[in-house]
Design a protein around this ligand. Structure first.
Ligand SMILES: [Zn+2]
Length: 124
């Protein structure tokens, strides 16, 4: 079973990487805001370390943008009770320890794996 991650734990994850440098794999990944996982990126270097999903929680598709950001903004807040963070898992790079959030967007005709770097300053 995947560990559930609360806000405190998430902040701890973010802080554990603060000030460290990324490995070559992670440097190739540019995802300060949400991005589709690039085709060439080897996601097997990322290890799931927890989930923000809450078992049996009511579905919430609302997004949290008090400062006029959009879901794609690099400075959009990371509000874990809101979409898409409430559907995200937390991953860690096995090489450098950089932390990421990932979720799968399921549209009518497509499935899109999305990834965003975990930035502790944006956690609300
Ligand atoms: Zn890395």
């Amino acid at each position: 079973m995947t560990n559930s991650v609360d806000r405190e734990t998430l902040l701890g994850f973010a802080q554990s990487f603060a000030g460290k440098s990324k490995c070559v794999d992670c440097q190739s990944l540019s995802c300060a805001g949400w991005e589709s996982v690039p085709g060439g990126f080897l996601t097997n270097s990322l290890e799931c370390i927890g989930t923000l999903r809450v078992e049996d929680a009511p579905e919430c598709w609302e997004e949290d943008h008090p400062k006029g950001t959009t879901m794609w903004s690099k400075d959009a807040p990371i509000s874990i009770l809101f979409h898409p963070y409430n559907k995200s898992d937390v991953y860690e790079c096995k090489h450098c320890g950089c932390k990421y959030l990932r979720y799968t967007e399921c549209g009518g005709y497509y499935v899109d794996e999305r990834i965003r770097e975990l930035n502790g300053h944006l956690i609300t």
